[in-house]
Design a protein around this ligand. Structure first.
Ligand code: SF4
Length: 141
């Protein structure tokens, strides 16, 4: 699946949940997106939920800002780096982030980074509109 398709599909799922939760306060919405609750009540939100598996082994994992506002992608590629095409990167160059490379491609690897999963971070960037928070993520070249 392309980045663009995943981004649209995931944002639409987020939006549908938010419509259902419109009567809750912002803080209650953030609480609703805690992993333990999401696994039980929103099984289709993440593929890992079927296995009751977290994307990151951390206490109090919150799924509200999956993917991450600091992620940038372009399905056509941003530029060439050492004969490989760069398709995604992290704007804050997080120390917990990494790159996944193949013979032809470079992708941002967020598997070790917990930045967007902390509730303090989510409160700082909170909006009920996931597409608004993530508006810079699909990036032009
Ligand atoms: S490395 Fe961390 S901060 Fe950077 S895009 Fe990935 S999850 Fe976000």
């Amino acid at each position: 699946m392309s980045y663009t398709n995943w981004f649209r599909q995931h944002g639409n799922k987020h939006q549908a949940i938010l419509q259902k939760l419109h009567h809750l306060t912002d803080e209650e919405i953030i609480e609703y997106f805690r992993f333990d609750n999401m696994v039980k009540n929103e099984p289709d939100f993440c593929l890992l939920y079927a296995e009751n598996k977290k994307c990151h082994e951390m206490k109090n994992l919150n799924c509200y800002l999956c993917a991450c506002p600091n992620f940038r992608f372009n399905d056509a590629g941003f530029r060439q780096e050492a004969n490989k095409t760069l398709y995604s990167y992290c704007t804050i160059d997080s120390a917990e982030g990494d790159q996944f490379t193949t013979d032809e491609a470079i992708h941002q690897n967020c598997s070790g980074c917990t930045v967007p999963h902390h509730e303090r971070y989510i409160r700082q960037h909170f909006s009920r509109d996931w597409f608004e928070i993530m508006k810079a993520v699909p990036s032009p070249i």
